[in-house]
Write a protein of this length. Structure first.
Length: 258
């Protein structure tokens, strides 16, 4: 059984189309009745819209096998008094969800992905955190890849803010225990006795997805079709007990080797 990442794993970070082997892998799992959950850090579209897009481009993922942080946000963060930072599509989505944005005296600072955060935004976040606002990240990605460039991911920004203000942060999506726990709960609707030790997780983000999953007992597969050009960019720099169990070029190579 599987947890499967999306960006950089099933779809390309440039044209947002299926990566080699991705559609065939999902089709094989469906045909075999293999339990799986597609777990994405999507924050730019409502879950139903992004899921519909994935199906439109040939990834036949049933709705009950899809999970993103926007689907779990309301269980973690109240609607009132949120200073949210991220892309314009993200801000529109959370406003549509009923979140009331407050940039004067917020209770929470919510951080999502964006390639062009500026110094003024960081100054605002720091000011709010020093006044006692809660720090929440939509996920904990290490890098954000877009149009062939790599930017600090939400996880990197959270670490910076934590260092600057000593504010502890919480994470809505991967690799939080709350998110993986919800994915497991949904997986158990397919197979009731499923546990983390039974799951193989496939992702292009070692530190942002796989390290936390490995700590929970999951088998980890690192694909080089997203954030990293080659394994040497990340593997030599992490502890031995965090190294993925398998490294593959993409989903096609994983299909051939599993």
């Amino acid at each position: 059984m599987y947890f499967i990442d999306v960006q950089g794993t099933l779809i390309d970070d440039v044209d947002r189309l299926p990566i080699r082997g991705a559609a065939a892998f999902i089709a094989e799992l469906n045909a075999a009745g293999t339990p799986y959950m597609v777990i994405t850090n999507n924050t730019k579209r409502p879950g139903r819209e992004f899921h519909a897009y994935l199906r439109e481009i040939g990834l036949e993922i049933p709705a009950e096998r899809y999970l993103d942080p926007l689907m779990t946000l309301e269980a973690i963060l109240p609607h009132e008094g949120v200073a949210a930072y991220g892309s314009e599509p993200f801000l529109r989505v959370i406003e549509e969800m009923g979140y009331r944005l407050d940039y004067s005296d917020p209770r929470s600072v919510l951080v999502a992905v964006k390639e062009d955060f500026d110094a003024e935004e960081y100054a605002q976040m720091i000011g709010f955190l020093l006044k006692g606002a809660r720090l929440v990240g939509m996920h904990e990605t290490t890098l954000y890849a877009k149009n062939g460039k790599r930017y600090p991911g939400v996880g990197a920004i959270l670490k910076m803010l934590e260092f600057a203000t000593s504010a502890r942060y919480e994470v809505v999506g991967k690799p939080s225990m709350a998110f993986y726990g919800e994915a497991l709960r949904r997986l158990r609707q397919q197979i009731p006795d499923a546990d983390f030790e039974d799951v193989t997780i496939i992702s292009d983000d070692v530190k942002g997805d796989l390290v936390g999953a490995k700590a929970l007992g999951m088998k980890t597969v690192f694909v080089l079709s997203g954030k990293y050009a080659n394994a040497d960019e990340i593997i030599p720099h992490i502890p031995a007990d965090q190294v993925p169990d398998l490294v593959c070029a993409d989903m096609q190579e994983y299909r051939e080797r599993r």
